[in-house]
Design a protein around this ligand. Structure first.
Ligand code: PLP
Length: 473
């Protein structure tokens, strides 16, 4: 099989659906090592081949139309098929496809995007974000955070402050630093992670970690207290920063109680440590705000972003650098020996600008906050009546439900049964992409979703839950 016969030019993209799926799968398993995939069985299983997309739907090589309730990988905030974004990339490629930002050089889209992001980042408690450091992904951005935090404390004459505290079940990326900051046991088990000076506390997951009879508010304060306990265990003068997602995404959409973030803020203030808000998923409208720290009212020093900044149309990430850190880096730091070839890539920045303009024009952030977000919350909460569902929560346009064996006691299924994966299988069969994290089923739909499309998605979810229940009977 000649691979070139499998690659459809854009104008012929529909013909991709008539291509031989088996042949694509054979080449795929022979040559393409996928992220987070068990390759041993890939040849016999055959990867699903996604060939095109529009609005909130994707199509596979067999012509099946699938409602993408995960926005790709939490990123296609503006939905698929947005011509403005393709035009922005084309025009920038014809004008200046690449130039680097090293050694006193810059480019116009990077400057414009940095300025735009500074204007979008809300000032909370008098702190502002006037500076941005660009990368190409969330993982790289968190590597930047580790280097920037260490540089900050070195410049302040406190080089012993090296420890970064994170949380179990967090996801902060897949590079050495990203995977170490993350709290995924499976990732730590491969390759001696975490690297030194990164340590973890428990996540604020009420369903799993609350005591019998404990209120959500009390649990939120107690969960935040785990940070204080860890600071005291490590030694307050050795702690550099605390990093957390506003709502844990890949860990299963874990929404903290309202009391959690205010108490975290009190603790980081008391001990003077830096606060990093990893908003790779949560920024750019996902929680109904441009940046999620505004929703919870805390004051981070560094904010990681990626994904939604370009709606996933092209790789771009970065760190919003708050005044506290920026001032030290700029006034005391001299040259920061750090950066990436693609920091401030002009095409990525031009696409991001077009994406942010589109989101503003269509009021996508406001819609999630005041209209479609509350509607999704209402509809998703109805799932609590389903015999398999032990809890169902939303926050803006992320949502998660937990599949339980016994609704009265919230007893979980035996993990070996893989009930979440059974449900995910039914989703695929019924034209719905929903993700399973253990027995939590989660969604993060495109922000363009309408009320009617929310209804369509909810009907599919119920159908898949019913089919899962039938399998278990
Ligand atoms: N941080 C968070 C919160 C994420 O959810 C992710 C990816 O899902 C990352 C970092 C890593 O981003 P990337 O895959 O772009 O490296």
């Amino acid at each position: 099989m000649n691979p070139s016969t499998l690659i459809a030019p854009p104008a012929l993209v529909r013909r991709a659906e008539q291509q031989d799926t088996k042949a694509i799968q054979a080449l795929d398993s022979a040559h393409y090592l996928h992220p987070f995939t068990d390759h041993a069985g890939l040849a016999s299983r055959g990867a699903r081949v996604i060939t095109r997309a529009d609005n909130i739907y994707v199509w596979d090589s067999e012509g099946a139309k699938i409602l993408d309730a995960m926005s790709g990988l939490w990123c296609v905030n503006a939905g698929y098929g947005r011509k403005e974004l393709a035009d922005a990339a084309y025009q920038q490629m014809m004008t200046l496809p690449f130039y680097n930002s090293f050694f006193n050089t810059t480019n116009v889209p990077a400057v414009q995007l940095a300025t735009k992001l500074a204007s979008l980042a809300p000032k909370v408690g008098g702190r502002s974000f006037e500076h941005v450091f660009f990368s190409s992904s969330g993982s790289e951005s968190n590597d930047t955070n580790v280097r920037m935090v260490r540089r900050y404390w070195d410049l302040l004459g406190q080089p012993q402050r090296k420890v970064i505290i994170s949380r179990n079940n967090a996801y902060h990326g897949s590079t050495m630093a990203g995977a170490s900051l993350g709290g995924m046991g499976g990732m730590h088990a491969q390759g001696d992670l975490p690297i030194p000076n990164i340590t973890h506390i428990e996540q604020p997951y009420f369903f799993e970690n609350a005591r019998p009879g404990e209120s959500e508010a009390d649990f939120g304060r107690r969960a935040a207290g785990w940070l204080e306990a860890k600071i005291l265990e490590v030694g307050a003068d050795k702690v550099a920063a605390f990093i957390a997602e506003p709502v844990q995404g890949a860990g299963g959409v874990i929404i903290p109680p309202e009391t959690y973030w205010p108490e975290i803020q009190r603790i980081v203030d008391q001990y003077g440590i830096l606060l990093i808000s990893d908003e790779v998923i949560c920024a750019f409208g996902r929680l109904g705000h441009w940046f999620a720290y505004e929703k919870f009212g805390y004051r981070p020093d560094l904010v990681t972003f990626a994904k939604g900044v370009t709606s996933g149309y092209i790789p771009l990430g970065g760190v919003m650098v708050g005044d506290r850190v920026a001032r030290v880096l700029i006034e005391k730091g001299g040259e920061f020996n750090h950066g990436y070839t693609y920091s401030g890539h002009p095409v990525a920045c031009a696409v991001a600008l077009a994406n942010l303009e589109l989101m503003e024009r269509e009021n996508l952030v406001g819609r999630v906050k005041d209209d479609t977000g509350p509607y999704l919350a209402r509809r998703f909460a109805e799932l609590k009546d389903h015999p398999l569902v032990g809890g169902a929560e939303t926050c803006g346009f992320v949502a998660g439900l937990v599949l339980v064996k016994n609704k009265a006691t919230n007893a979980m299924f035996d993990a070996d049964l893989g009930v979440g994966m059974i449900c995910r299988g039914h989703c695929f069969k019924n034209g719905l992409i929903m993700r399973a994290v253990g027995d939590r089923m989660i969604i993060a739909p495109p922000l363009v979703m309408t009320h009617a499309q929310i209804d369509e998605m909810m009907a599919l979810i119920v159908r898949c839950l019913d089919a899962t229940l039938d399998d278990l009977r």
